[in-house]
Structures are given as C-alpha cells and as structure tokens.
Write a protein that binds this ligand. Structure first.
Ligand code: GTP
Ligand code: ZN
Length: 211
C-alpha cells in the first residue's frame, strides 16, 4: 500500500483554523485527508479521531446516523484543546460505498437493521481497513493517539495496524428519534461501547456555521 502526501492548506472552520493535509492511496485512487491543529509531532499523545466518510451525515445533515454529530464534536474538542488530529477516511458506508449504502438504507426503510441490510446485500457488516492510517500519522509525526470512538473494533484494528492508542475517549452525541434504533443496533450487534442514556441529544447541539 502506498499513501502519498499531495499538499496541505489552511481550513478555516467555525471552531478553529485547521491545517488540511491531502493524501492519495495509489492502489485504490481514493483520496483521504487529515485535519490537524497545534504541534502534534512533539512525541506526546494526541487527541484524535479516525472518521469514516458518511456523505449523508457529514455533509447532508442526515439524522439516520450519528456521524455528522460525531465529526462536529470531534472538531470542536480538538479546537478546545488547541491540538489534535482528525483523519477523514473515504470509506463510505463502512466500506461498501455510497450507492450500496443507499441500497442498505432502502432495506432499512423496510425493516432491516444496519447489519442485516449489509448482509442481505452480500457484504460483511464492516469492510473498513485502517492500515492506511499508519503512513498518514507517520507523515504528520504523531506518535500516539487518545482516540475518540465508541467502536472497540476500530481500537483493535488500529492497534493491530500499529497505531499506539494510549486511551479511548467516548464520543456519544447526536441522539435523535431517527437514529435511536441504529445506535441500539450498534451497541447490540457491533459491540459499540454506548448506552443511549449517555448521549447528548441532537436537540442540544448547535450546527455552528457562523463566520
Ligand atoms: N453500510 C452502512 N454504513 C453505514 C450505515 N450508517 C452509517 N454508515 C457508515 O458507517 C461509517 C461510520 O461508522 P460507525 O459504525 O457509525 O462508527 P464507527 O466509525 O464504527 O465508530 P465510532 O468511532 O464510534 O463512530 C461511515 O462510513 C458511514 O457512512 C448503514 O446503515 N449502513
Ligand atoms: Zn453516518
């Protein structure tokens, strides 16, 4: 696998002005990005998130999942700390791609849960890989992560790939009537370490895009 660094630029957001680093995966042709803030190459563990693309949640404000809320919260927390990294991986739909995710959503509209829908389409529940994080983090000089996630498989997969996860930081936000069942399935079938009672409800979150 060859991940090639292409270019970096400023990325002003409502929470901080991040540096955006663009990478290309030469094997798949996919591009991935990292948002960074502060000095993350000083050898100390870095607050971080490894976020999988969810066009519907991240860009279209979908309430079916918690992805957009988690991304916003992760960016906010990194900004508050003044230091951190967010790897944004183009592994849409847990690796099945956008159009297959829409197929899966169609099955979910008819009653399947998120895991059953993937299986009915002939996919495993989760096809993501995390080894591409290693060259990205190496390029950025990150030595260890305090990783914001509720997904134990992500922690294991990243550790197995060679990322030093020094701590798991919970990221429970964005609960709403449309994603309650989805989140319960993640806890029940995918092993996510979440209890619905811990969630910050979506109603309490501002989508802040003021200049
Ligand atoms: N196939 C499929 N993918 C989904 C569905 N809902 C969200 N996704 C994708 O799931 C990915 C996010 O994964 P999640 O399981 O929500 O979260 P996670 O990254 O495993 O764990 P956290 O770090 O706790 O957020 C993104 O790529 C989304 O596009 C769904 O119903 N079906
Ligand atoms: Zn999502």
């Amino acid at each position: 696998m060859t991940i090639r660094f292409i270019a970096a630029s400023r990325l002003p957001t409502p929470w901080a002005t991040f540096t955006m680093h663009g990478f290309e995966d030469e094997a798949t042709g996919k591009d991935h990005i990292a948002l960074t803030l502060g000095d993350i190459a000083d050898g100390q563990p870095v607050l971080g998130r490894v976020h999988s693309e969810c066009l519907t949640g991240d860009a279209l404000f979908s309430m079916r999942c918690d992805c957009g809320y988690q991304l916003q919260e992760a960016m906010k927390r990194v900004a508050e700390e003044g230091r951190g990294v967010i790897l944004y991986l183009r592994q849409e739909g847990r690796g099945i791609g956008l159009l297959n995710k829409i197929r899966a959503y169609h099955l979910q509209d008819q009653g399947a849960d998120t895991v059953e829908a993937n299986e009915r389409l002939g996919f495993a529940a989760d096809l993501r890989r995390y080894d591409l994080c290693i060259p990205m983090l190496d390029h950025l000089g990150v030595k260890g992560l305090r990783l914001m996630t509720n997904n134990p498989r992500k922690v294991d997969a990243l550790s197995e790939a060679g990322v030093d996860i020094v701590e798991r930081v919970s990221l429970t936000t964005g609960l709403n009537p449309h994603n309650e069942h989805y989140l319960a399935t993640k806890a029940g079938k995918l092993g996510h370490m979440i209890a619905l009672a811990d969630f910050v409800p979506a109603d309490d979150i501002d989508i802040e895009r003021k200049p």
